[in-house]
Design a protein around this ligand. Structure first.
Ligand SMILES: Cc1ncc(C[n+]2csc(CCOP(=O)(O)OP(=O)(O)O)c2C)c(N)n1
Length: 473
């Protein structure tokens, strides 16, 4: 690059946006740092945020939000990035792609990708990002190792988060200087930003009109994974709004459908205004923790215990919620027992295990293997009848009895509730969220029904309410 020498720490570098050039520091000397500053004039950029720790999200919220407001690059934030509820983000990319939305810009149109944190869980988004291969690929993570599973030759903004934040701050200064020099640029939204904003609001208003969305207010409707996520988010919003508890709530989410359903529905309301202002930052109603990667569905409850112990100095009274499937819970029964002991001993904060019992591995209903001849025995592997036989000696064919009620006894839970409808889950959460204790809420739903509602949610189609109520009978 012209004008650049590695020897000098103070030399000024010309960047393509033709602005007053910055004083160079260690971070900006990285290849990624220089590339970033040279891409700030591009209008078709995107900021993609995958899993981040709450600490990293706090550090990054304001710089990313300002960068997005100045460049017009939309922020796509997975729920595990902790950024939803803090800043203005677009959350529906995954659903737009899965729903076959035709107006969505192609990945090939993107000029710059700034990826932040861990990689996306969504196969649809991975395919979309792969199309952006020709764009400048930048990355900022919490550690020095570069995450590049799609082999996009990403360039890191810096060897640490704080260096990367410095680089972004430098970019913001350049853009602000340009704004103050160019009258009229300030406040105008680029065509690219407007396209994304329109897509998001079209999707939202289609949903507001859809029967599936309207059934949110119909408390008798049967639950599915998306409804569990909506109700959890609503309840945590309420807790924050009413300032009932101290400190931040924590939500620990297992792999498989819990993680996907949480991502699909985690949309905390802004506290201070009806619409979140561009560039503003708020505290979300909960910190979200995911344990993804090599661990698979293992160890979610033990991870929750670690999170609880790690915060013992702060003594929050806001709840700790663990959302996991029945197989994930079965994989970590020791963790469940140990967590219950901790909740009893610590006293101050409610610990709620939200166990979605869809008769084994619900995720497998979304895959082609659901057609396999021995699907139930080899993939779905439902636990209930098998566990019941061993725990209470019931025979096959005898009335269904949840083994989780016995596990709840073993853990000496304060509350064990088995729920199937929206109103039951809302009031169960309302009852358990404040005042301490260990609570097990078993949410029961049919995996085939759950699968159908997911398809409709992605497609943005409405199904008949009567049909849903019919299913409820
Ligand atoms: C330790 C471990 N064992 C097995 C798997 C394979 N696996 C992936 S998803 C899944 C099913 C999970 O079922 P459940 O926890 O009930 O969640 P659901 O799919 O119903 O949301 C399994 C067995 C894994 N990821 N990790």
């Amino acid at each position: 690059m012209e004008g650049w020498t590695e020897e000098s720490n103070t030399r000024r570098e010309p960047v393509e946006i033709g602005l007053e050039v910055p004083t160079i520091d260690i971070g900006l000397r990285s290849e990624g740092g220089r590339l970033f500053l040279n891409q700030l004039h591009q209008s078709r950029g995107v900021i993609y945020c995958g899993p981040l720790s709450p600490q990293a999200a706090k550090l990054l919220s304001s710089p990313i939000s300002q960068l997005s407001a100045l460049t017009g690059w939309p922020i796509f934030a997975e729920a595990s990035s902790q950024l939803r509820g803090r800043i203005s983000t677009i959350r529906c990319l995954d659903q737009l792609i899965k729903g076959g939305e035709r107006d969505i810009p192609r990945g090939t149109e993107v000029q710059v990708v700034l990826a932040i944190g861990g990689h996306t869980h969504s196969r649809a988004i991975r395919a979309w990002l792969e199309e952006s291969r020709l764009a400048a690929q930048l990355w900022l993570g919490e550690g020095p190792e570069v995450v590049d599973p799609l082999a996009l030759s990403v360039k890191s903004l810096g060897a640490s988060l704080s260096i990367g934040v410095e680089v972004i701050a430098e970019g913001i200064r350049l853009l602000q200087n340009r704004e103050s020099r160019e009258d009229g640029v300030k406040g105008t939204l680029s065509a690219w930003a407007t396209r994304w904003r329109d897509l998001e609001s079209r999707r939202e208003s289609a949903w507001a009109r859809s029967e599936l969305q309207q059934s949110r207010t119909c408390s008798d409707v049967l639950l599915w994974g998306g409804a569990v996520g909506e109700i959890l988010c609503d309840q945590l919003d309420r807790l924050r709004r009413e300032e009932i508890c101290q400190g931040s709530a924590d939500v620990v989410i297992a792999s498989s459908m819990a993680f996907r359903d949480h991502d699909m529905t985690w949309d905390p309301l802004p506290m201070n205004s009806l619409k979140r202002r561009e560039g503003s930052v708020e505290e979300p109603p909960a910190q979200c923790w995911v344990n993804r990667g090599a661990n698979g569905i293992d160890g979610t409850l033990s991870t929750a215990l670690g999170i609880a112990l790690g915060q013992s100095d702060q003594q929050p009274t806001a709840p700790l919620v663990v959302w996991l499937g029945d197989l994930a819970a079965h994989h970590d029964l020791q963790g469940l027992h140990r967590l219950s002991r901790w909740a009893r001993e610590s006293g101050s904060r409610s610990v709620i295990v939200l166990l979605t019992n869809n008769e084994g591995g619900g995720i497998f209903h979304l895959l082609p293997i659901k057609e396999a001849s021995r699907f139930e025995a080899l993939f779905q592997t439902p636990l209930s009848s098998h566990m019941s036989r061993h725990l209470v000696g019931t025979d096959e064919g005898s009335p269904a009895m949840s083994p989780w009620s016995h596990i709840a006894k073993w853990c000496e839970t304060e509350t064990y509730l088995r729920v199937q409808r929206r109103r039951e889950l809302s009031s169960a959460l309302e009852r358990c969220m404040n005042g301490g204790g260990f609570h097990l809420i078993e949410v029961v739903y049919d995996p085939v029904y759950d699968h159908r509602l997911h398809q409709e949610y992605w497609a943005g189609k409405s199904h008949t309410h009567a049909e849903e109520l019919g299913h409820a009978e």
